[in-house]
Write a protein that binds this ligand. Structure first.
Ligand code: WT7
Length: 679
C-alpha cells in the first residue's frame, strides 16, 4: 500500500562503479559515512553522493534494509520477508521469519572479539567517581539478572517495569529482559509515584526493578519509597527487586528482594531466548493529546537495526570512540543512544547520573575532558541554561576529543546552536540537530550523514536519514492528503513509508495508534509536528500541531496537566497552555476557573495545585504561572478557544484573530487584564 502513495520524486540512480568508489573516497573524511553493507546489496552499485544514496534507500527500501539487517545483526535464523507493511492500517512488520536475541547482539558478539573493551562508563553524580564496565562484565551482570528473573517466574512475553536512574544495573536489567524475552517498561525516575503506578498498571506488570535511593545533583531521591506508594494501587505486582545505589537501608516488605544478593546466587551463563523479529522488546510511555499516557511498543530486530545504524552514521561513530549521550534512560533518547545503538555497535557509552550544573556549570565539559568524550549528545534546554553562565565554564576544559555535537528533543534556537558550535566545539565539530520521537525509535531528520562538508544551517534538522521519506501535508484540508510538493513551504510533517525503527502499536490500544498516526493522513505516518521545507529542500521543525508541549525537552500533554488540576476540589475547569520560555523552551501556563462560592487565597491555592501536579505527574509539569479567571473564552458550542489563550500568553494581542464565534467576548478582556497583572 505505502508504495503506491504519491510521494516526492523517487528514482534509482545508476552510475558507474568507478564513480561509486570515488564517493567512498570523498566520504572518507566523514568516516563511516558510507554504510559498509552497501556494496553487498544488489543494485547499490554506482549510487553516488549522499542524496542519491538517500533516494536509493527510499526507492529500494526492501533491498536497502535487508542488506543492512544481514550485515549488522547476528541472526539465529534468517528472515524470509524484509517488510510487510500497511501504513493505512498501522500494520508494520519487518524481517519476518527471522529469529535473534537483542542482548546477544549487544553483548555476546562483542565479548567474543573484545571482552575487555569498556561498554559502559557510569558517570556518577560526584565528578571523578565514574565506574567502567567492560563488555565481559556487562554480559555477566545481564546473565545473572536474566537467570534471576527466570528463576523468579518471569517468562517470555511478560512485562517488567524498571524504575531506576541511569546506572549499569539498569542497563543490565533492560538487557536481561531482552535476553529472556520479557518486555521492559522503563519509567523515568523523575516521575512521581502516581505516574509510576499508572504505567505499572497499564503495562500489566508483575515485576518491578528499582533502587533503594537515587542520587542526583547532590540530593538523594527516595525511589524505593515511591515504588511502595505506587504499589498501593497496583495489586498485581508480586515482586520488587531493589538494587542498592546508596548505603542507606530502606524499609523492605515481604515482596522486596535485595537484587545484588539475589544475583550472586546465579550462574554467569544464561541461555538467550530466540525471539521473533516482531516480538515486543519494550514499552515506553509518552504523552499524547489526551490525558492518558500511551505505551508505545517497539519490537526486536527493526528497532535495534535502526538504533544501531543511526547511532553510527548520524554521529560518525567509529570503533574506540566514547559516546556521551546525557539523556536519562527513562526516555527514548536514553534507550536508543545510551543503550541499544552504542552497544549494538560495540561502542563505549556514558551513563550520566547528574545534572548539567552539578557541582557547577562546567560539569559537562569537565566530564568531556576526563572521559575523553568524542560525541556529545544533549538537549537545547541545558545549552540555553549553560550559555547564560558564560564561556569561561567551557574554556576551562580541554574539549579537543569532541568530533560531533548532537542536539535532541526540542527546537534548538540559533543562539544556543551558535554557542554550541562556536564555544563548545571551537567551530570544528558539526552540530547535528536530530529530529525524532518516541514513536520513530531513532533519528529521522538530521544534517548528517551527508557529504562531509555539506552545509548545515543553524537550527535546522536538514536532511532525512536513510530510508526516511518526509513529506509535508496541507493542514487546512482534512481527511484527504494534499501533498505540498514545492519547497519554501510549511505543513504537517508526515513520513511516506515505513522504516524498521517505527513503533508498532500502543500497548492494548491499536485503535488509538491508528487514529493518532495513520488516519489523519491515510497512507502516511503523521508525526504530530509541523515543519518548514526551505528553498533548498531542508527541513526545519516548527513545533507540535496538537496539544502536546515540550518543557525542558520533556514532552507533556496539556490535557494530562488539566486532568490533575481539575481533580482539585475547588477547581471548576482549567486550560493549560505552553508559552515560549527562554531556558525551558516552553513553560506551562495555567488558566484556572474556581467553583462558585470558593473563597480561597490564590497564593495558597497555587501552591497546592503545584504540589498536586508534582505528586501526580512530575516536577517539570508544574505550571510556571497560574492565572485565576472567572471564565474561559469558549465558542458557542462550548469549546475552549485555546488559540486565543495561546496568543494572550505569547503576548501577541494583534494575533488574537477572529473572535466572532466567542460566546462571551468579555472573557478575553478579563484574561488580558489578568495576564498583565500576573506577568
Ligand atoms: C517531540 C518528540 C527525540 C527524542 C526525544 C524526545 C520534539 C524532538 C526535535 C528537534 C524540534 C524536536 C518534537 C517531537 N522534537 N526533537 N530536533 N527539533 N523538535 O522524544 O519525548 O517522543 O518527543 O519532541 O515535537 O514530536 P519525545
Amino acid at each position: 500500500m505505502w508504495l503506491s502513495c504519491g510521494c516526492a520524486s523517487k528514482y534509482v540512480v545508476s552510475f558507474s562503479r568507478r564513480v561509486f568508489k570515488s564517493y567512498f573516497h570523498v566520504l572518507g573524511r566523514w568516516r563511516c559515512n558510507v554504510p559498509a553493507f552497501m556494496p553487498e546489496a544488489a543494485g547499490f552499485e554506482g549510487v553516488c553522493g549522499h542524496s542519491a544514496l538517500q533516494e536509493f534507500s527510499v526507492s529500494n527500501s526492501a533491498s536497502f534494509w535487508a542488506a543492512a539487517a544481514r550485515q549488522r545483526l547476528n541472526w539465529i535464523s534468517p528472515f524470509h520477508t524484509t517488510q510487510d507493511c500497511d501504513l493505512s492500517r498501522g500494520e508494520i512488520k519487518w524481517f519476518e521469519g527471522g529469529k535473534l536475541n537483542v542482548s546477544v547482539n549487544c553483548l555476546d558478539r562483542h565479548v567474543h572479539t573484545c571482552p575487555e573493551r569498556v561498554a559502559l562508563i557510569w558517570e556518577r553524580d560526584e565528578p571523578g567517581s565514574e565506574v567502567k564496565i567492560t563488555y565481559r562484565q556487562l554480559l555477566e551482570m545481564t546473565c545473572r539478572l536474566g537467570n534471576m528473573l527466570r528463576r523468579r517466574g518471569v517468562r517470555k512475553g511478560d512485562c517488567v517495569t524498571i524504575y531506576m536512574p541511569p546506572c549499569p544495573l539498569a542497563v543490565a536489567s533492560m538487557l536481561a529482559c531482552a535476553r529472556i524475552g520479557a518486555a521492559h517498561n522503563v519509567v523515568f525516575a523523575g516521575f512521581s509515584a502516581e505516574a509510576l503506578a499508572e504505567r505499572i498498571r497499564d503495562g500489566e506488570t508483575v515485576t518491578v526493578i528499582t533502587v533503594n535511593q537515587g542520587v542526583r545533583g547532590g540530593k538523594v531521591t527516595e525511589l524505593k519509597k515511591a515504588v511502595d506508594t505506587a504499589l498501593q494501587s497496583c495489586p498485581t505486582v508480586q515482586q520488587v527487586f531493589v538494587a542498592m545505589r546508596t548505603e542507606n537501608p530502606v524499609a523492605m516488605t515481604a515482596r522486596d528482594i535485595v537484587m545484588e544478593e539475589e544475583m550472586q546466587k546465579e550462574d554467569l551463563v544464561c541461555e538467550p531466548a530466540a525471539m521473533d523479529s516482531e516480538d515486543v522488546l519494550f514499552l515506553l510511555y509518552t504523552s499524547g493529546s489526551t490525558g492518558k499516557p500511551k505505551g508505545l511498543v517497539h519490537t526486536q530486530a527493526g528497532y535495534l537495526l535502526y538504533a544501531a545504524l543511526t547511532h553510527k552514521y548520524v554521529f560518525n561513530y567509529s570503533d574506540g570512540d566514547v559516546f556521551g549521550c546525557v539523556a536519562d534512560i527513562g526516555w527514548i533518547t536514553g534507550h536508543s543512544y545510551s543503550v541499544y545503538g552504542p552497544l549494538a555497535n560495540g561502542g563505549t557509552t556514558v551513563l550520566f547520573e547528574s545534572t548539567p550544573i552539578y557541582p557547577d556549570p562546567g560539569r559537562y565539559w569537565e566530564m568531556v575532558q576526563r572521559l575523553k568524550i568524542n560525541q556529545f549528545y544533549g538537549a537545547p534546554t541545558a545549552l540555553r541554561l549553560l550559555l547564560k553562565y558564560g564561556d569561561q565554564w567551557v574554556h576551562k576544559y580541554d574539549r579537543s576529543t569532541l568530533k560531533t555535537l548532537g542536539s535532541v528533543g526540542e527546537p534548538i534556537n540559533t543562539e544556543a546552536w551558535e554557542w554550541y558550535h562556536r564555544v563548545v566545539g571551537d567551530g570544528r565539530c558539526p552540530v547535528v540537530d536530530t529530529w525524532w520521537q518516541t514513536e520513530t525509535g531513532g533519528i529521522c531528520i538530521t544534517p548528517r550523514p551527508s557529504e562531509p562538508d555539506a552545509e548545515i544551517v543553524p537550527g535546522m534538522a536538514m536532511r532525512p536519514f536513510f530510508g526516511i521519506e518526509p513529506v509535508l501535508m496541507d493542514t487546512e484540508v482534512f481527511c484527504v492528503c494534499v501533498l505540498l510538493t514545492s519547497n519554501d513551504t510549511s505543513g504537517a510533517l508526515c513520513i511516506a513509508q515505513p522504516w524498521p525503527g517505527m513503533a508498532r502499536t500502543i500497548h492494548n490500544d491499536h485503535q488509538r495508534f491508528t487514529e493518532t498516526y495513520c488516519q489523519p493522513y491515510p497512507g502516511y505516518f503523521f508525526t504530530g509536528d509541523g515543519a518548514y521545507r526551505s528553498k533548498e529542500g531542508y527541513y526545519q521543525i516548527t513545533g507540535r500541531l496538537d496539544d502536546v508541549i515540550n518543557v525542558s525537552g520533556h514532552r507533556i500533554g496539556t490535557a494530562e496537566i488539566e486532568d490533575v488540576v481539575n481533580q482539585y476540589s475547588a477547581v471548576a475547569e482549567s486550560a493549560i497552555i505552553g508559552y515560549p520560555h527562554n531556558i525551558k523552551g516552553q513553560g506551562v501556563y495555567a488558566f484556572v476557573v474556581l467553583k462558585k462560592g470558593v473563597n480561597a487565597q490564590e497564593e495558597e491555592l497555587s501552591r497546592q495545585l503545584n504540589n498536586m501536579v508534582s505528586k501526580k505527574i512530575a516536577k517539570y509539569a508544574c505550571p510556571d504561572f497560574i492565572q485565576f479567571v472567572h471564565r474561559l473564552p469558549k465558542t458557542r458550542s462550548g469549546k475552549i478557544m485555546r488559540r486565543v489563550l495561546r496568543k494572550v500568553v505569547e503576548q501577541d494581542l494583534n494575533g488574537l484573530g477572529d473572535l466572532s464565534t466567542l460566546d462571551d467576548p468579555a472573557a478575553v478582556e478579563e484574561i488580558i487584564q489578568g495576564h498583565r497583572e500576573l506577568c
